[in-house]
Design a protein. Structure first.
Length: 266
């Protein structure tokens, strides 16, 4: 069975390699897919968004996610089964919540903090190695979820809350959610949210950020505008984003996660 990994560990240290080794030691036939280890340090919401967006493109399997600024505290460790048959493993800090919502909710969940599958002794600071990777490996190998820990009520789990877009004086007020390697800014607005706003494909859009106003084109792809020009487009995960063709929109508009972005027809 496939085991996917998503973390904020980066690639410069040994953390990712050790997690691979733990999984292979328990389940030598596991096929490991690294979704990313480039989540910004401690950025739980970013990790939750990336996990939500990418899981539909992964085979059903065991999906281990570790962005865990509260490691070593009383926060719980989780393994859960989603409505579409996936198994998610990670800390109970909201990291898994957007993914389980996308995957038809939680059918069963257990607290694996003291799982019989964990490695001993358990480090206070490396639960990826000692709890999440070994539990994920045993579940991928065929162990029963109910035997991996103590049952929990799904309603008691931590969740990530996302800001909601709103209308204000003819503008759609969106929020920056994620910023990728290219400086493209993902917003919390989908294409359907623009119905009735007169913002149409090929038309001009006024983009306001921090009181500064810019003119963008609502385009299908980057090459629809000249290099250096601003565009609004539907990104690969079907939400709106702001970009500059061959440029960095986040830097140019001084945007960071949670900042407001106002969109108006021009």
């Amino acid at each position: 069975m496939i085991v996917t990994l998503l973390t904020d560990y980066g690639r410069d240290d040994d953390f990712v390699g050790v997690c691979h080794g733990v999984i292979r030691s328990i389940h030598p036939e596991a096929e490991i897919v690294d979704i990313t280890h480039g989540i910004e340090r401690y950025a739980v919401r970013q990790g939750a968004l990336v996990l939500r967006n990418t899981l539909p493109y992964m085979p059903v399997g065991v999906h281990v996610a570790v962005v865990d600024p509260q490691v070593g505290t009383e926060r719980r460790a989780l393994a859960l089964r989603t409505g579409d048959g996936r198994t998610l493993v990670g800390p109970d800090n909201g990291l898994l919540s957007l993914a389980w919502e996308r995957c038809d909710g939680v059918d069963q969940v257990v607290d694996i903090t003291r799982s019989p599958h964990r490695l001993e002794p358990v480090s206070a600071t490396f639960h990826g190695r000692d709890i999440f990777a070994p539990v994920g490996a045993w579940l991928a190998r065929g162990a029963e979820l109910a035997d991996a820990g103590d049952p929990l009520d799904p309603d008691a789990l931590e969740r990530v809350e996302l800001p909601e877009p709103r209308d204000d004086d003819g503008a759609v007020v969106a929020h920056a959610l994620v910023i990728d390697h290219f400086g493209n800014v993902g917003l919390n607005v989908d294409h359907d949210r623009l119905a009735g706003t007169e913002i149409t494909l090929g038309g001009h859009v006024e983009v306001e950020a921090h009181g500064e106003r810019y003119v963008a084109t609502y385009a299908q792809t980057f090459a629809d505008v000249s290099p250096g020009e601003l565009l609004v487009y539907q990104d690969a995960y079907r939400t709106l984003a702001v970009a500059i063709n061959r440029g960095d929109a986040a830097a140019t508009l001084a945007l960071k996660p949670d900042d407001e972005v106002r969109l108006r027809p021009r």
